[in-house]
Ligand binder design. Structure first.
Ligand code: HDE
Length: 714
């Protein structure tokens, strides 16, 4: 056998090979596998034996005891009993999608990683998984929480995992604190609740005793923690990483994902209701958008800086509780990720995907960020538990799409098994023998670590340069619009109102006093404290003159169109057909999705006698699941539904959540029934007016009519 042939045989199969072999198996015919109706495949056991009856366990007579002898039933039940694997200890609730990354502005001057430095236009397949952190697998999507934003790049030089979040900083500076942080936010161990929320004593006890978390807490209390959808949020690599170019020169880098769809969040009261109306709101949104061919895209941006910048920056670039304002180091866009393919099988792909921060490729390296270093241990370790053995890289979703050659062997569920005799190195096979000698390390193209001297004494001590816990928390707060600041005060008030211990509430306000006195006062009033508590002693006094960073606000970076958003049109008997159709086409022409809601899911008869089918019955399609709404019905129907609670809620929630509302004059009867007629403002649009639909959709580009909200809620 020639060596090329042998080498080919050694190649471990990647996903494509696996898929192909699966297809081959499926299409395999045979005497026992004749299709029962000439259509569907024959049902078989896991061993491939055809099954004659899938409904009745073998028993002694029709009413007799079931027989253990039934190997078919036993195999079926056995497999079912073992269907579950442990859920992720954090980020259990997630949703994965396939896509590709296109390199648009290669950066060979900074890295020799082909994925970032190859030809302009180079495409790399990716798999992205979005998640919440605290809730279990079945928890609702709209929890107030950080969102995971993990991307696996199947590069030519191996898998690169950028395991980030939708918030650019983290709660803690050192990985050793992670178990405590997560224990505190997860359900209390004695009672097993609350699920998927931070609004409880344990969490606020921990963070208020951990001042370094204050910056992240500000983000978590902002609208960033209740995104409208995965499609409308940013992603961040959080840590400072290194890039290495072909000459071995290192630079520092922070990674950013910028959604082309723009940023958008919901309002807390809306989030609470969405969780009831559609706990799968985020995953459904992603599935629907991709299914409809509306592929979400993110630009990948890099903030690159050198040692000199790092030396002079106000904070330590190794401290994951700090960011580098984009106004200080601009984000350079280098490529675009497009998500264009839903998974075929949720378990096989979304559940089994195993991200590891240690998965980097030549041309990149880690830094000494103590959080990142700890993560590099944790992710590999956790896969062993979750996926059951060291061969999780053989699972198709985790297998690299480039060749894999090494001497690793055996273990549970080994799927990719090299052929040949040499399973060690050094060896002298191949020299005058037919045997394949196996792969060899390559100093020229292989991964090399950035050379750094590490001659320091062994100590357990946090660097002094990590000591400022409030300055950037303050910078974040002052960079928000007034509306966003109000939302933050409301969020803190809500959360601390769920905290039972008064000393914890006060301690938290004692931190807020370092961040912004107005915010501290608002929260103090919000929870009904008679007077402000004392400031918590600060490890270092905050810098109070950091400039505002507009990049940190969602509302300052919102979209400029209604594209990708969803309009809910509530129709009932006699709805003006021209208005409904004009509105539908105006929305669709800007790339928005439209859902028809009606009193009955069958739909409603329009004014022209045509019957329009509905997507949702009013009870199941409340206004909280839409970005804007319209209420179009005939005179008589509007009178009928004016007293109907779901119809009233549809309107009153849309109003309370500052949504744009389209209507026709008869619909005002519902507004009147809930005392809204006299409150109708510029966020309402009469769709029967000239160009009514166009004007309404144009206004919807702003997403919300914030003027309605600018008064502080009690
Ligand atoms: Fe994670 N994290 N993490 N994390 N993390 C996990 O790995 C961990 C941190 C993040 O969709 C686990 O496979 C430690 C920061 C995402 O599958 C585990 C520390 C950031 C995901 C783990 C952190 C993240 C995880 C659980 C502190 C943003 C979901 C299951 C040192 C930059 C990936 C798993 C997916 C998942 C450990 C902190 C993001 C246990 C020890 C900071 C997006 O390994």
């Amino acid at each position: 056998m020639d060596s090329e042939h042998l080498l080919r045989n050694r190649k471990l199969p990647g996903y494509e090979d696996y898929k192909m072999s699966k297809q081959l198996n499926l299409s395999k015919g045979g005497a026992n596998h004749q299709k029962p109706n000439g259509k569907e495949d024959v049902l078989t056991t896991a061993q491939g034996a055809p099954v004659s009856d899938n409904q009745n366990w073998l028993s002694a007579g029709p009413r007799g005891p079931q027989l253990l002898e039934d190997h078919i039933a036993r195999e079926k039940i056995f497999h079912f009993d073992h269907e579950r694997i442990p859920e992720r200890v954090v980020h259990a609730r997630g949703y994965g999608v396939h896509g590709e990354f296109e390199l648009k502005d290669p950066i060979p001057e900074f890295t020799h990683a082909a994925v970032l430095a190859g030809e302009k236009g180079k495409k790399t397949p990716i798999f992205a998984r979005f998640s919440t952190v605290a809730g279990n697998k079945g928890s609702p999507d709209l929890a107030r929480d950080v969102r995971g934003f993990a991307v696996k790049f199947y590069t030519d030089q191996g898998n690169w995992d950028l395991v980030g979040n939708n918030i650019p900083v983290f709660f803690i500076q050192d990985a050793i604190k992670f178990p405590d942080l997560i224990h505190s936010v997860k359900p209390a161990p004695d009672r097993g609740f609350p699920q998927a929320q931070s609004a409880h004593d344990n969490f606020w006890d921990f963070v208020s005793l951990t001042p370094e978390s204050m910056h992240m807490v500000m983000w978590q209390m902002s609208d960033r923690a209740i995104p409208r959808s995965f499609r409308f949020m940013e992603g961040f690599g959080v840590h400072t990483f290194r890039l290495i170019n072909a000459d071995g020169k290192a630079s520092f880098v922070k990674f950013h994902w910028k959604p082309k769809q723009g940023l958008q969040s919901v309002i807390w009261n809306e989030a609470l209701k969405i969780n009831g109306a559609d706990p799968d709101f985020h995953r459904r949104d992603m599935w629907d958008a991709i299914d409809a061919g509306d592929y979400p895209q993110w630009d990948l941006g890099v903030q690159i800086f050198d040692e000199e910048f790092a030396e002079n920056f106000e904070f330590d670039v190794l401290d994951a509780t700090k960011l580098i304002p984009e106004e200080q180091v601009p984000v350079r866009i280098i490529g675009t990720m497009t998500l264009n393919n839903n998974v075929d099988n949720f378990f096989a792909e979304t559940e089994q995907v195993a991200f590891c921060t240690q998965n980097i490729v030549p041309g990149m390296d880690f830094t000494e960020d103590p959080l990142l270093q700890g993560r590099n241990f944790s992710y590999l370790d956790t896969q062993l538990k979750r996926l059951g053995g060291p061969n999780f890289t053989h699972i198709p979703i985790n297998a690299p799409k480039c060749p894999v050659h090494n001497f690793q062997q055996d273990g549970h569920m080994a799927m990719s098994n090299p052929k040949g005799r040499a399973n060690y190195e050094p060896n002298s096979w191949g020299e005058g023998t037919d045997e394949d000698r196996g792969p060899r390390a390559c100093p020229d193209t292989g991964f090399t670590s950035h050379e750094a001297s590490v001659g320091s004494p062994k100590i357990r001590e946090r660097s002094e340069t990590f000591a400022d816990h409030y300055s950037q928390a303050r910078q974040f707060y002052i960079s928000q619009t007034e509306i966003e600041q109000i939302h933050m005060a409301n969020a803190l008030t809500f959360e601390l109102s769920k905290v039972v211990r008064m000393d914890i509430r006060k301690r938290m306000i004692g931190h807020l006093l370092h961040i912004d006195e107005g915010l501290a006062q608002d929260v103090c009033d919000g929870i009904g404290l008679a007077e402000l508590p004392d400031k918590v002693p600060a490890a270092r006094e905050p810098i109070t003159d950091l400039a505002e960073s507009p990049a940190l606000s969602i509302l300052k970076n919102g979209p400029d169109s209604f594209k990708g958003r969803k309009l809910g049109i509530y129709i009932a008997e006699g709805a003006d057909a021209d208005v409904v159709k004009a509105l539908k086409s105006a929305a669709e022409s800007v790339g928005a999705m439209v859902a028809i809601v009606a009193p009955h899911v069958a739909g409603a008869k329009l004014s022209d006698g045509e019957f329009m089918e509905a997507n949702e019955k009013i009870d199941g399609g409340p206004s909280v699941v839409f970005d804007a709404v319209a209420i179009i019905m005939g005179e008589k129907a509007a009178r009928n539904y004016a007293d109907d609670k779901p119809s009233q809620d549809f309107v009153s929630d849309a109003f309370a959540h500052a949504k744009f509302i389209g209507y026709v004059p008869p619909s005002k009867q519902i507004f009147a029934a809930i005392g809204l007629e006299e409150k109708m403002d510029d966020g309402f649009f009469d769709l029967s007016a000239k160009q009514g639909a166009e004007k309404f959709i144009e206004a919807c580009a702003a997403l919300r009519f914030w003027d309605r909200q600018s008064v502080k809620q009690d």
